[in-house]
Design a binder for this molecule. Structure first.
Ligand code: E4P
Length: 222
């Protein structure tokens, strides 16, 4: 399973990329606005700079279109795709978005369909030629339903057909979402920084290291 970081913070991308396990990054307007509050991003131009810095660190960076109409989305898709070959254009799961996905697939522009909440939406995006679809598991959990059930439905359907579209588990809230995503065979998980930092940790690793260190001290003294 590929591991992406869900962030617009370049320092966080650089930190996790240095671990040698990071396959990509997903951004969205909310994440970009959050960084802007800290003074690091304040305009579409600085967003472009952020995306370019991330493209230098990882091979796949999702940049989301902000237009709501097909023409505007297609214009932004062409613009973003020219920024860097690692850019994947993120398009919302709307009818305008579907038309944009088809347009992009015909032009060879890689896409990630965002805001997927049902199996029919997943199938439509795949048929329109999306490179990636992003079902939002956390937001489904937030309304009292089970987000991972949707991933199960999608992976079950994907096993029947020859969709080349990758399934990216988005809106991850905790490591259990990542565990379930891997067990269901999802292709990608995009993970917030705070959750990503929990993945290498296990209390038995810590106590194990302490015991090895303590015993090695005894060897040194003997
Ligand atoms: C990823 O591409 C999505 O934009 C992201 O995972 C949304 O997560 P949220 O529900 O925590 O905002």
């Amino acid at each position: 399973m590929k591991l992406f970081l869900d962030t617009a913070n370049v320092e966080h991308v650089a930190e996790v990329a240095a671990w040698g396990v990071l396959d990509g990054v997903t951004t969205n307007p909310t994440l970009v606005a959050k960084e802007g509050k800290d003074g690091s991003q304040s305009s579409p131009q600085t967003f472009k700079e952020t995306v370019l810095k991330m493209c230098a660190l990882v091979p796949c960076v999702s940049a989301q279109v902000t237009a709501a109409d097909t023409e505007g989305m297609q214009k932004q898709a062409i613009e973003y795709s020219k920024w860097h070959k690692h850019v994947v254009v993120k398009v919302p799961m709307t009818i305008e978005g579907l038309k944009t996905l088809k347009f992009c697939s015909q032009k060879g522009i890689k896409t990630n369909t965002t805001l997927v909440f049902s199996l029919p939406q997943a199938i439509l995006a795949a048929k329109a030629g999306a490179s990636i679809i992003s079902p939002f598991v956390g937001r489904i959990d937030d309304i009292g339903e089970n987000g991972m059930e949707l991933i199960g439905q999608i992976m079950e359907a994907w096993a029947h057909y020859k969709f080349s579209t990758e399934v990216l588990v988005a809106s991850v809230r905790h490591p259990d979402h990542v565990i379930e995503a891997a067990r269901l065979g999802a292709h990608i998980s995009t993970i917030p920084y705070e959750v990503f930092k929990k993945l290498p940790l296990h209390p038995l690793t810590d106590t194990g290291i302490k015991r090895f260190m303590d015993d090695w001290e005894k060897v040194k003294k003997s």
